[in-house]
Design a protein around this ligand. Structure first.
Ligand SMILES: *Cc1c(COP(=O)(O)O)cnc(C)c1O
Length: 402
């Protein structure tokens, strides 16, 4: 398994994740801790070193000593992360980028061309929407925002030039759920690629490639890194040829993850499973509290039996995640008040870290979507439920909603 870190790559010693030794299929948590992370062959370091270097010595012209030449093309620390992410998503190739948006941009340049048409969610992540509406559109890439929870609407929006369907599930911030398998069918009947932004679920809760997706996108800034200390992105694919094409563009466009960022992200990945379980436990308790609160008019969470995407979510997700949104019964001003009064829930953008965050999407993360098909209700509050002591989190919401 190991296209491993470290120079001593000729060692014949078998390693923990080498499937030729032990023909077992490792579980998620085992892969998170071991895939791409065999002890350093030179020193035995159990943690992949940070190869903070831009270039690698060559023994003779045309004979790099280690297989590495220049760190934009490949760096051992980034390779360790890439291999781990590929294993966690059940893919063959993982590629790590400087940010989620850098991953998205690189992907679009690789799989689409001017004149092509892309279907995007009508409640896409704001930055993704901005990339399509302000950047790739000027390059000639057309797009339509559709409700991807409605398979007939997706079929009706297809054009002969549609080459990509771009899915987020659950979506941000309304937590709509898209049936990945159903949309994969529509995409493939049309000869289009299915891209799934899996940032909200993380590979622990949902593995889109297993449901027919061609490409998984992550903002590893969120749950994958999980500690709000690094910005990063990733693409994961099963198809070797597509993987090669993306690797070519990763190198040609250059928006790579640096060694330290890759190392921090990999440090976060090792605890992804236990973190996600606690995010889910805490989110479930908060949903219970909010649904009974008189100052909350509606709670959005795919785990609620009356959520329109509940059955689909139950089919394709292990659990329902750590993101919860709700509408304030008192309207937009009340929503802003709640955000301002919260103490333990830090007021801030982003999500997926160990600490709980609260925000007002209409004025913060989704401000750029005002007046567009992606505008969100002004009385909406979004929570990224962290892994603090649950009673403290509930008490903070109690005082913020008083
Ligand atoms: C944050 C986010 C992105 C963009 O990732 P960056 O790392 O901020 O560039 C893309 N998609 C979703 C769903 C996100 O939450």
């Amino acid at each position: 398994m190991a296209r491993n870190v470290g120079p001593a790559r000729t060692s014949s010693r078998k390693t923990a994740t080498d499937r030729s030794v032990r023909p077992v299929v490792y579980g998620f948590e085992t892969l998170a801790i071991h895939a791409g992370q065999d002890p350093d062959p030179r020193t035995g370091a159990v943690v992949p070193p940070i190869y903070q270097t831009s270039t690698f010595a060559q023994d003779a012209v045309g004979s790099p000593r280690s297989g590495y030449e220049y760190a934009r093309t490949a760096n051992p620390t980034r390779d360790a992360l890439q291999e781990c992410l590929a294993a966690l998503e059940g893919g063959r190739r993982g590629l790590a980028f400087a940010s989620g948006l850098a991953a998205e941009d690189t992907l679009l340049r690789a799989v689409a061309k001017p004149g092509d048409h892309v279907l995007i969610p009508n409640d896409a992540y704001g930055g993704t929407y901005r990339l399509f509406s302000k950047v790739t559109q000027r390059w000639g890439l057309e797009w339509t925002a559709v409700n991807l929870s409605n398979v007939d609407a997706v079929r009706a929006a297809l054009r002969p030039q549609t080459t990509v369907i771009w899915v987020e599930t659950p979506t941000n911030p309304l937590l709509n759920v898209v049936d990945i398998g159903a949309i994969a069918g529509v995409a493939h009947d049309h000869g289009a690629l299915l891209v799934v932004d899996n940032t909200f679920a993380s590979p622990y809760l949902q593995q889109p490639l297993a449901h027919g997706a061609d490409v998984v996108v992550h903002s590893t800034t969120k749950y994958v890194g999980g500690h709000s200390d690094v910005v990063g992105g990733a693409l994961i694919v099963r198809d070797e040829e597509l993987g090669e094409k993306l690797a070519f563009h990763q190198n040609a466009m250059g928006a790579v993850a640096g060694p330290f960022d890759a190392w921090l992200t990999l440090r976060g990945v090792r605890t992804l499973g236990v973190r996600m379980d606690r995010h889910c436990d805490n989110a479930e308790r908060i949903v219970e509290f909010l649904t009974r609160h008189p100052k909350v008019s509606k709670v959005f969470y795919p785990g609620l039996p009356d959520h329109p995407g509940h059955e689909t979510a139950a089919k394709q997700m292990r659990r329902f995640g750590g993101m919860v949104s709700f509408r304030a019964a008192g309207g937009p001003e009340a929503a802003i008040e709640i955000c301002n009064r919260a103490r333990l829930f830090t007021l801030g953008e982003s999500l997926g870290g160990v600490e709980s965050l609260i925000e007002h999407p209409a004025r913060m993360t989704h401000a750029s979507a005002a007046g567009s098909p992606l505008e969100v209700p002004a009385d909406l509050v979004r929570l990224s439920v962290g892994i603090e002591t649950i009673d403290d989190l509930v008490a903070d919401l109690e005082q913020a909603l008083r």
